[in-house]
Design a protein around this ligand. Structure first.
Ligand code: UDP
Ligand code: MG
Length: 325
């Protein structure tokens, strides 16, 4: 088999402090992989500048001028990690056999990329990097992350536990990914939906090497909420459920309070007041929930997700032979 062309995609937002070391280390790794004939000489590092406000782009650009391995992509404005990554995957996918995505801060053990490549060469379309422990995370980050995975599990979303966006994807997997047209693409939830042959590689996550986190609590929570709401209409269904509960409570309470009234144990006006509060509240929630159900349907349609993904088309010879047999 010819050595596959690898592109390592690195989204960067205000990373001038971390980048120089990251470039050195990734380049060294790439040279080793080329030496070992695991990847092609045409392999590259692609740095995506996500509208940084510091000297990140200048750094990437200058490096690209004198370093044959380095390529740069500058986004017009800050679009966030997920979208920056998508831009990089899109650009890289066209000219690579496989693409590895990794953060700019060297928190993920880059040596693991070698194992990614070996698994890819053995036929995997997707390889997930999975953190073994969360020792370098704060207690807060650890517990919120666990809560997030629990919620997603309850909602029936298939996530790879403790996997962030450190993964390898083949050209085929990337092509299929392009068919997910939704605006709010939550990669960690979508990639497992592709369903190709995949595997995981475990590693220990390190401390950020330089600079500071670009994911403050606010962004982290927004990210989690986006993840949940782009996979499920359960929250809105819950509103509908509460509405029915409140409605039936009003009926039950109504009967009970009326009995009390006829026994002469209540203030004047209280019975009708309390019953109507529960009744109206219940009806309103049911109405909102119902509207929500329809909005949810529209929402699902609007995403236009592909309905299936082909793995092997035995009559289509454009699929590489090693994937067929
Ligand atoms: N990042 C980005 N755009 C943003 C925020 C972050 O491209 O708006 C990049 C950032 O440069 C880094 C990666 O996404 O390469 C992950 O960010 P970070 O390491 O700060 O997140 P953490 O590891 O703290 O969750
Ligand atoms: Mg980080």
């Amino acid at each position: 088999m010819m050595e596959p062309v690898l592109t390592i995609v690195v989204p960067c937002y205000n990373e001038e402090a971390a980048l120089p070391e990251t470039i050195i280390q990734l380049q060294q790794l790439l040279e080793e992989l080329i030496q070992e004939r695991l990847v092609s000489k045409l392999s590259k590092l692609l740095f995506v500048d996500d509208g940084s406000k510091d000297g990140t782009w200048e750094l990437i650009y200058k490096e690209g001028l004198r370093n044959g391995y380095v390529r740069g992509l500058k986004l017009a404005r800050n679009v966030g990690h997920q979208n920056a990554l998508l831009a990089g995957l899109h650009a890289a996918g066209e000219r690579s056999d496989c693409v590895v995505s990794i953060d700019a801060d060297l928190q993920d053990n880059i040596q693991v990329i070698r194992e990614f490549i070996l698994k890819f060469r053995a036929g995997c379309e997707i390889v997930y990097g999975v953190r073994q422990g969360r020792a370098t995370d704060t207690f807060f980050k650890r517990s919120t992350a666990q809560g997030f995975y629990k919620i997603m599990k309850i909602l029936g979303v298939n996530l790879v536990y403790n996997h962030a966006d450190f993964r390898l994807m083949s050209k085929r997997a990337l092509q299929e990914l392009e068919r997910f047209k939704e605006v709010n693409l939550f990669l960690r939830g979508i990639v497992p939906l592709l369903g190709f042959q995949s595997d995981v590689v475990y590693y220990d996550r390190l401390e950020r090497q330089a600079g500071e986190t670009k994911y403050p609590i606010k962004k982290m929570l927004a990210f989690a909420f986006d993840g949940i709401t782009s996979f499920s209409v359960s929250p809105i269904r819950f509103v509908l459920f509460i509405g029915f509960v409140s409605f039936f409570m009003s009926l039950a309470f109504g009967g009970y309070f009326l009995t009390l009234k006829f026994l002469g144990n209540t203030e004047t006006g209280w019975t009708s007041l309390i019953t109507s509060i529960w009744l109206i509240g219940g009806l309103q929630l049911i109405a909102i929930g119902l509207i929500g159900e329809y909005v949810g349907k529209i929402y699902k349609e609007a995403k236009q997700r592909p309905k299936y993904i082909v793995d092997i088309d035995a009559f289509n010879l454009s699929v590489p032979r090693h994937h067929l047999f």
